[in-house]
Every structure is written in C-alpha cells, then in structure tokens.
Design a protein around this ligand. Structure first.
Ligand SMILES: Cc1cc2nc3c(=O)[nH]c(=O)nc-3n(C[C@H](O)[C@H](O)[C@H](O)COP(=O)(O)O)c2cc1C
Length: 246
C-alpha cells in the first residue's frame, strides 16, 4: 500500500515539466485549499515561519506584473503566488511580546529563502499530484522594486520568486537534469574532472530548443548574464527594505 503510494509520488517527480500554457479555468476551492495547506504544513526553520505568499487575485494587478516581467503565463495561469522572505512578521511577533529582534537579518534571510522554497515546492507537488501544471517565476526579480510597491511590502520583506498554477494546455518535452554521479557526492566534495564536465554537457544536450547548454549558463551567469544585474539590484533593494546585511 505505502509502496504503491511511493511509486505514484515518484511518478510525479519523474514527470515534472514546467507548464507555461494554461486553460482558462478556475481551480476548485477544495483543490486550492489542499495546495495552500500543503504549503502551510512545510517544515520551517525553528518554527519561525519566515515566509509569506501573496496570492495575486486581482486580474488588473496580475496583468501589470505579467507585463512588467514579460511573462504571459503569469497572467494566463489560474493562480499566481508571490513568495516573500518575511522577517517583518517575526519582528512584529517579538515586539508584540515586548522583545526586540536581534542582529539576525543576514542569517535569517538565508533561512527565509529556504522556508519559502520548501513551502512553494510542497504546493507545487500537491498541485501536480492533483493534475495541475506549475511554473516557478524567478522573473519577479526583473521587477522586484515595482512589485514591492504594488504589493505594499513592509520593511524586512522581499519578493523572492513566484509560482503559477493552472490546468496545462501543453505537454512540453521533459527537460534533462545532470546525472546522479555529478549531483551526489560521497563523504566529501569530489572536484570535477574534464570528463565529468564533458559528461555534464552531454547530459544536458537534449535541452529542448537549445543547441548547447553553455548558451543557457552564459545567458544567466556569464559576464553579461541576467544575474550580473540582479547581483547589484538585490542587495540594494534589500537594504532599502531595511535588511541589515553586513
Ligand atoms: C527558482 C526558479 C525560478 C524560475 N523562474 C522561471 C521564470 O521566471 N520563468 C519561467 O518560465 N520558468 C522559470 N523557472 C522554470 C525553469 O526554467 C525550469 O524549472 C527549468 O528550465 C527546468 O525545466 P522543467 O521544470 O520543465 O524540468 C524557474 C525555476 C526555478 C526553480
């Protein structure tokens, strides 16, 4: 019985593909409730609950955010959640009982990102198990400043990523992953040989629509990569949001 369930859960992971085309239907309340409960039940560091998800219900707001980040599936999906690193609630809870928050922002920002990712992945798996399609939206970083304003985010909160959920209207090819021998090491870090690196590029060669995985690596992490700009904007915005990171 449990083994049977395990096999079915495994098949959800094995068949995961991000979905970017959705049917224009609403998710029934009970399904949505289970999806959000799956997020709420996620483990949280020291029970601190360092994340918040903002469900973007307003269609006009959805249109605005979708346009700002240039991702139409943010508009067309049935649901769109923006996950925040949230130390504001923790600070409020401490102050509510007459305490003050210590100098914790750097360490807790890392754990807030972990908490948020765990909650979001719980929701993603719950949604996929119900037959929905999902896509994470790191693209919120392209308009993080505007999103902070639009969502009226208080100090010590920061929008990390989004999650869209809906009924799939496409069945894209499975995207490859690096082999287990590269991703899992035993007892200590195993530095990569040139054969390992060649193996990695070969494993990723079937990435749909891309003739060589190096283009993706370069586009995001190369000298002029997408993350070079974010590497400047994220610390600036965090500072503006009142995080003390030094
Ligand atoms: C943190 C994170 C951010 C992502 N951001 C975006 C995004 O902004 N837009 C998008 O279309 N896909 C986004 N994705 C989806 C990835 O592109 C996708 O997971 C990856 O290419 C592997 O494809 P697969 O999920 O279909 O296996 C994101 C995924 C993660 C985990």
């Amino acid at each position: 019985m449990a083994k049977d369930l395990g096999e079915r859960v495994y098949s959800i992971f094995a068949n995961h593909r991000s979905i970017r085309k959705f049917k224009q239907v609403e998710i029934p309340d009970r399904d949505l409730e289970m999806i959000m409960e799956a997020g709420r039940r996620a483990p949280t560091d020291a029970s601190l609950h360092l994340w918040t998800a903002v469900r973007i219900k307003d269609r006009g707001l959805r249109r605005k955010i979708s346009d700002l980040i240039g991702q139409e599936h943010v508009y067309t999906a049935s649901e769109f959640f923006i996950f925040l690193a949230d130390l504001y609630r923790l600070k409020s809870l401490l102050e509510h009982r007459g305490r003050s928050m210590g100098d914790v922002d750097y360490a807790l920002f890392i754990f807030a990102a972990i908490d948020a990712a765990l909650a979001a992945e719980n929701m993603a798996i719950m949604a996929e198990s119900l037959g929905y399609g999902i896509c994470f939206i790191g693209g919120v970083q392209a308009a993080a400043e505007e999103i902070i304003d639009l969502l009226e985010l208080p100090e010590k909160t920061y929008p990390l990523f989004g999650l869209v959920i809906g009924v799939p209207d496409e069945m894209p090819e499975l995207r490859p992953r690096l082999p287990r021998s590269i991703m899992f090491h035993e007892n200590k870090y195993r530095r990569y040989s040139s054969e390992d690196l060649d193996l990695s590029f070969r494993a990723m060669a079937s990435y749909p629509g891309v003739d060589d995985w190096i283009r993706i690596l370069d586009r995001y992490a190369g000298i002029d990569g997408v993350f070079v700009k974010r590497n400047k904007t994220i610390p600036e915005l965090l500072k503006k949001q009142g995080f003390r990171l030094s």
